[in-house]
Unconditional design. Structure first.
Lengths: 126, 283
């Protein structure tokens, strides 16, 4: 069974979603990611979805779930690289992903995480 | 002698009279409506219409103008209506083209059937029904042409009215002008999001100075745009909120919490510059 690679970049973890998710893959990713956060003491997770042309409600919920799980494990999640069409679809579906931080690309996301973590305060997502 | 045959015969026999009388009618109408049409043009149209009309009447059925015998007449009227719609004529003037034919025709019928009042009454009735139908067809065609023009203009307006302006490195502005509806907001949203990706901007200013009214629907559209921008990782500032609009929004109970709003574009730009860490000093 295929799995989604989780890359470590300093204090952060980078997950790039490229294929369409299904239940098994999503559960496996959640499992892998929570374990990785725990094992590596990561303080931030970047989820890169710039390669996705389409995000459905299942995907939206999965991202929100991952964000919630990471938060409990004291890691911030930033969703990066969403395509315009995807953003419009999500808004039309009524999924505004509250509580998930976003950035234009991985670099910006990284900067956001660094800033938030260096501030030390509990920066509430916009 | 059947009514149709006699009408057709009279039309042919008295065509010169009818034409002259009709031209007179048309020119009076046209003169009263600022004379946008040259007399030559009017004469050409009148001749053309009489020709196709005569041919159609001769071919038989006058009770059903949707039949194949009337194809040419319908095409002629469609064409005429479209031309007049484009030239800016009113629906009334356009329909009068057909209706003004009644008087000359009745006159011709009267002269031809002095001895037979019954026949005259029948003929007048069938001509009235026929011309009414043709007149209504003309109005319908005119309406269609007008709708086509309006649609095209709307489309052009849509394309004209969504400029995304770069104010600073990383700051985009979108001055919105005119009433916002679903179709426009969709295009605005798409072009703004696309531009955000292209320029890697992190702040977008939506300026609604040119939006005349904000109702719940417009507010909802604005909120959608803000949310979509946030999902992509950009921030949105709404500027140009007029006092009246602020009142309306609160009265409508629209929740703009979590959206940064400024009274004018200058304030919004100042805030955006501060956010990206640019500062100015007066020398």
């Amino acid at each position: 069974m295929d799995r989604i690679p989780i890359l470590r970049m300093g204090r952060f973890l980078l997950v790039t979603l490229q294929v369409d998710m299904h239940d098994q893959l999503a559960l496996r990713l959640q499992d892998d990611l929570t374990n990785a956060i725990q094992a590596k003491g990561a303080k931030g997770v970047l989820i890169d979805i710039s390669a996705l042309e389409m995000v459905d409600s299942f995907m939206g919920r999965m991202i929100a779930d991952i964000s919630g799980m990471a938060r409990i494990l004291d890691a911030r999640t930033v969703l990066v690289g969403m395509q315009p069409a995807v953003a419009i679809t999500l808004v039309e579906l009524g999924l505004s992903l509250p509580g998930v931080d976003t950035a234009l690309n991985v670099e910006r996301g990284m900067r956001l995480l660094e800033r938030v973590l260096s501030d030390g305060d509990d920066h509430r997502p916009r | 002698m059947s009514g149709k045959a006699s009408i057709s015969m009279i039309l042919q026999k008295r065509s010169a009279d009818i034409q002259a009388a009709w031209m007179q009618q048309l020119t009076t109408v046209s003169a009263s409506s600022s004379g946008r049409l040259a007399n030559d043009e009017l004469k050409r149209q009148a001749d053309g219409f009489l020709n196709v009309l005569n041919a159609a009447i001769k071919s038989g059925r006058t009770d059903n103008i949707d039949g194949p015998e009337w194809v040419e007449v319908r095409a002629f009227l469609d064409d005429l209506s479209r031309q007049r719609a484009l030239a800016g004529f009113g629906s009334e003037e356009t329909a009068t083209f057909v209706f003004s034919l009644k008087k000359p025709l009745f006159e011709a019928l009267r002269l031809e059937s002095l001895a037979d009042p019954q026949q005259f009454a029948d003929d007048v009735w069938s001509i009235t029904v026929l011309l009414d139908k043709l007149g209504l067809h003309t109005i319908k065609a005119y309406q269609r042409a007008r709708e086509g023009i309006i649609n095209r203009q709307q489309q052009e307006l849509l394309e004209l009215s969504t400029p995304v302006v770069k104010l600073w490195d990383g700051i985009l502005a979108l001055p919105m002008i005119g009433t916002l509806d679903s179709a426009r907001t969709q295009i605005v949203m798409e072009s703004l999001l696309q531009k955000i990706v292209e320029t890697e901007s992190e702040i977008a200013i939506l300026d609604i100075t040119g939006v005349p009214t904000v109702d719940t629907l417009v507010a909802q559209h604005l909120l959608k745009t803000v949310t979509a921008l946030r999902l992509m990782g950009a921030e949105c500032i709404i500027s140009g909120v007029r006092p009246q609009i602020a009142q309306t929004i609160v009265h409508l109970g629209v929740d703009l919490q979590g959206v940064t709003t400024k009274a004018n574009l200058a304030d919004a730009l100042a805030l955006a510059l501060k956010r990206i860490g640019v500062s100015f000093t007066r020398q």
